[in-house]
Every structure is written in structure tokens, then in C-alpha cells.
Design a protein around this ligand. Structure first.
Ligand SMILES: [Ca+2]
Ligand SMILES: [Ca+2]
Length: 452
């Protein structure tokens, strides 16, 4: 190592504990290793392989409406990326309805008919032996929730005459918002239903004693895919922005399919969808349908390929936009177009709220993918770059400041870990921050550059 390199490397902070940037709440050991780079010369590291911002997220990533700033509501969000209904499940969910009711029509809700497997919540159905009833899976949130929220599931609806549902109901049984209700069966006489999930509201007027329904005021809206393709054929996103008691926007696959407004809500009390509710994901038989002969058969019920699968439920609340601090822009990746970054193929944004440690967005780099940001700096000053690294254990990244002979390689230990580099600008007025994936999918977030 020559003397010049040693002197520059001496400027690199190899902090193993202590003070981190204010926006970086992470504590823990900085596990990265600093190294000297071989990059040299004054030419920009941005090549033809890079695109400038304008990134379009794939539809499957699943994000809340982008014209609002959000924060994740942990109590009503679950990626279902664990196995079985252990503590992680029980923290948020009951595998029963929220009270002792066993369900409508032929439904018999049963805890054995849900499971967490292969990254999904599985909602199943079977014959209740010796009866014509149908055991159905149900989960309900432990906590209640109300507006303003955006909540969505990514789901593959069941191939059943039963209804696959994602909905909210108040504990007094008087206000209901159905984000998804679909009879997804592949029977010949179910083509119409299988192409038409509905979004609904219900206002129930009930007897004061006994809870019997006096009146069910409701409105149902159906939503079709091009060519009336059955929704069960693919994964889709079903969401609702429950903004206030008289404003609910329903989103399917990220697009508004229905706007529920005051004039569309019949409510003798004039209160609208005003109260705390439980979130429910379930299968149900509906009496009007089974009475008309649309009953699940033993053959259908014993076919495990017909289950209702839910990849995730994510719930967000509007939040004050967190402005990026420091000189680096969009270091939070809250602008999912990767604005202010140059990026190569394989760079994307993670919206997996668990993988992101509860944050709404993080940068995800597949093997060798790279992002670069060009930043104007003051000559003769000391700067500090901070960021954090996540992703599965063994995922790696290098972060370099161009064109200094400094960089840092970090291999994720599976937890989010803070990292930093300190450097002196010398005569330079422009630097480039170069972030490159090394192996596996690495997650990065909270980049910040400050002059010390
Ligand atoms: Ca999942
Ligand atoms: Ca972020």
C-alpha cells in the first residue's frame, strides 16, 4: 500500500459503534469492510447501461397509491412469509371470527382450515363430516382499525362456489366494508360470478336486543377483467383507501374500480363508515346461494388446489412526508421511480414491509445490479455517507465514492445493519456514490450524505 492511499484510507471511518445519523435508528455493529478501489480518472462512472430515474415498478410488487405519503400499520400487515400459526401469527390474528359466530349459511368456521405455508396464508374448506355444512377457514385481526387507511391483499381467489373475502366489520355488526367478495368457481354456470368480484358496503339496522337485522342497507359493485377472465386464474391485488366515513376508494390491481361516497351510502343515522372494525380474511357459504343449489361438492372440497391464497396483507396510514435530509436525494427510495438515481437492470424497489423492517420502501439490488447518484460537493470539506443494509443472510453490496480509492463491502447478516464512510473532498466539486449488488438480493435504505 503506498503512502498516499494510506493517508486517504485514514480518512475512512471504520466505526464499529457509536453515533449514527439521526434518521438512522439502527444500532449495532457496522459489519462492512472498507477497501481501496481501483477506479481512477475523472470520467463519469455512469455508462450506457444506466437509466436515469423513470423506473416503473412491476405491478406484482404491490404498493399503496403513490400520490400520498404513507407509513405501515404493523398490526394489520403480514407478509405471511413464515411457517405455521406460531407466535408470529398469533401476535396479530385470531384463527376464528372475532366473536363466537360460526358463519353464514352452511359455513362452519374452523381454525384447522387456515395455515401459513410457502409464503402465503392458505384459507381452506372441507366437508363437516356427517353434515352438509362446510368447514371454512377464517382469520380476524386482534386489533380493530378505522380510517384513514389504505389496506390491500395480494391474493389468488378460491376455485369454489364459496365466497373468498377480504373485509372489515365493526364489532357492533352495524358497518361493513367488503374489499373483495367473489364466488370463484370454475363450474360452467359460474362464469358470470367468477368474472365478477364485488366491493360492497353494508349499514345494518339491528334490534337493540338480540342483534337481529331489521334492515340491511347496501350497495354492491362488480368489477371485470378484460374478456371477463376469471379472477381465480391469477394473483391480483384487492385494496381500499378508507379515507373517511363517506369516502372509500376501492383499488384492484392498483387502479380505482369504485368510489364510495356519501350520496352512495344509505345510512339512517347519517354516520357512514365511521367506526373501528376488525379485518377479516375468510371463505364463506352464503345462504341465498346454497339454498339455490350452489353447494360445494365433496369432490371440490377435497381438492387442495382450489384453496384461497393470500400472499400478503399490507395496511398503511397517511403520514407526513419524511423529507430526505442531507445532500443525497431520494435516499429513502420513497420516490419509487428511482428519481435522482441512475440504475441498471436488476435494480428495483422492495415494498415487502417485513423485509424492509417496517418501512414502506427500500432499494433492492439483484446480483450485480447497480445504482449511482451524482452529487455536487464543496472542495476541502469532510463528508460522511451513511446508509443501512438488509436482505437475506449472505446478500452483499459494495458502496463506493467515485473517484476516491475508497469503498466498503458489506455482506448482510440477515438483520438491517448501519454502515458509513467518511471522506475528504480535496479539490473535487462532484462525486458519485456507486452502490452495487454482490450476490443474492440485497436491500438498502436511508442513504444520507452530510458535510461534517
Ligand atoms: Ca407472502
Ligand atoms: Ca425507505
Amino acid at each position: 500500500m503506498n503512502k498516499k492511499v494510506v493517508s486517504i484510507l485514514a480518512c475512512i471511518s471504520m466505526v464499529s459503534s457509536g453515533v449514527f445519523a439521526q434518521n438512522n435508528k439502527l444500532k449495532g455493529k457496522d459489519i462492512g469492510k472498507s477497501y481501496e478501489t481501483t477506479r481512477s480518472g475523472a470520467a463519469s462512472p455512469v455508462t450506457g447501461a444506466f437509466k436515469n430515474g423513470n423506473y416503473v415498478l412491476p405491478k406484482s410488487v404491490g404498493v399503496p397509491p403513490s400520490d400520498i405519503s404513507w407509513e405501515v400499520v404493523d398490526s394489520h400487515s403480514d407478509e405471511f412469509n413464515y411457517s405455521g400459526k406460531g407466535d408470529q401469527f398469533k401476535k396479530k390474528w385470531n384463527d376464528t371470527y372475532f366473536n363466537a359466530w360460526t358463519g353464514p349459511g352452511l359455513t362452519y368456521w374452523d381454525a384447522d382450515h387456515t395455515d401459513i405455508k410457502d409464503g402465503n396464508l392458505m384459507v381452506m374448506a372441507s366437508r363437516k363430516s356427517g353434515t352438509e355444512k362446510v368447514n371454512c377457514g377464517v382469520i380476524s385481526s386482534k386489533k380493530q382499525i378505522k380510517y384513514p387507511i389504505y389496506s390491500e391483499v395480494r391474493a389468488k381467489v378460491a376455485n369454489h362456489v364459496l365466497s373468498s373475502n377480504f373485509w372489515f366489520l365493526s364489532p357492533d355488526d352495524k358497518r361493513e366494508i367488503d374489499v373483495l367478495e367473489i364466488y370463484g368457481s370454475d363450474r360452467d354456470d359460474h362464469k358470470w360470478f367468477a368474472a365478477r368480484p364485488s366491493t360492497n358496503y353494508h349499514v345494518f339496522v339491528r334490534e337493540e336486543k338480540g342483534n337481529a337485522i331489521i334492515e340491511d342497507l347496501n350497495k354492491q359493485h362488480h368489477h371485470t377483467l378484460p374478456n371477463e377472465e376469471p379472477w381465480r386464474n391469477d394473483w391480483h391485488r384487492f385494496g381500499a383507501y378508507w379515507k373517511d366515513p363517506f369516502t372509500v376508494d376501492f383499488y384492484y390491481d392498483g387502479k380505482i374500480v369504485h368510489e364510495l361516497r356519501k350520496e352512495g351510502i344509505k345510512d339512517p343515522e347519517g354516520l357512514g363508515m365511521d367506526r373501528d372494525s376488525f379485518m377479516i380474511i375468510d371463505l364463506e357459504d352464503h345462504e341465498w346461494r346454497s339454498k339455490a343449489g350452489n353447494k360445494a361438492t365433496d369432490r371440490e372440497l377435497s381438492d387442495g388446489s382450489r384453496n384461497y391464497l393470500v400472499d400478503y396483507v399490507r395496511t398503511y396510514r397517511p403520514a407526513k412526508a419524511k423529507e430526505d435530509t442531507g445532500l443525497l436525494k431520494n435516499g429513502s427510495f420513497n420516490d419509487t421511480s428511482l428519481k435522482n438515481w441512475y440504475w441498471t437492470k436488476g435494480a428495483t424497489v422492495s415494498a415487502n414491509v417485513e423485509a424492509n423492517d417496517g418501512d414502506i420502501y427500500a432499494l433492492k439490488l439483484s446480483d450485480e445490479a447497480s445504482v449511482i447518484q451524482k452529487i455536487a460537493v464543496n472542495p476541502g470539506k469532510t463528508y460522511e455517507l451513511t446508509w443501512k443494509v438488509g436482505g437475506e443472510k449472505g446478500a452483499g453490496v459494495t458502496v463506493e465514492v467515485f473517484n476516491y480509492p475508497i469503498g466498503k463491502k458489506i455482506i448482510s447478516n440477515g438483520d438491517w445493519t448501519p454502515s458509513k464512510l467518511k471522506f475528504h473532498t480535496g479539490k473535487k466539486e462532484v462525486i458519485y456514490i456507486i452502490v452495487k449488488g454482490v450476490n443474492k438480493d440485497v436491500l438498502l435504505d436511508s442513504f444520507e450524505l452530510i458535510e461534517k
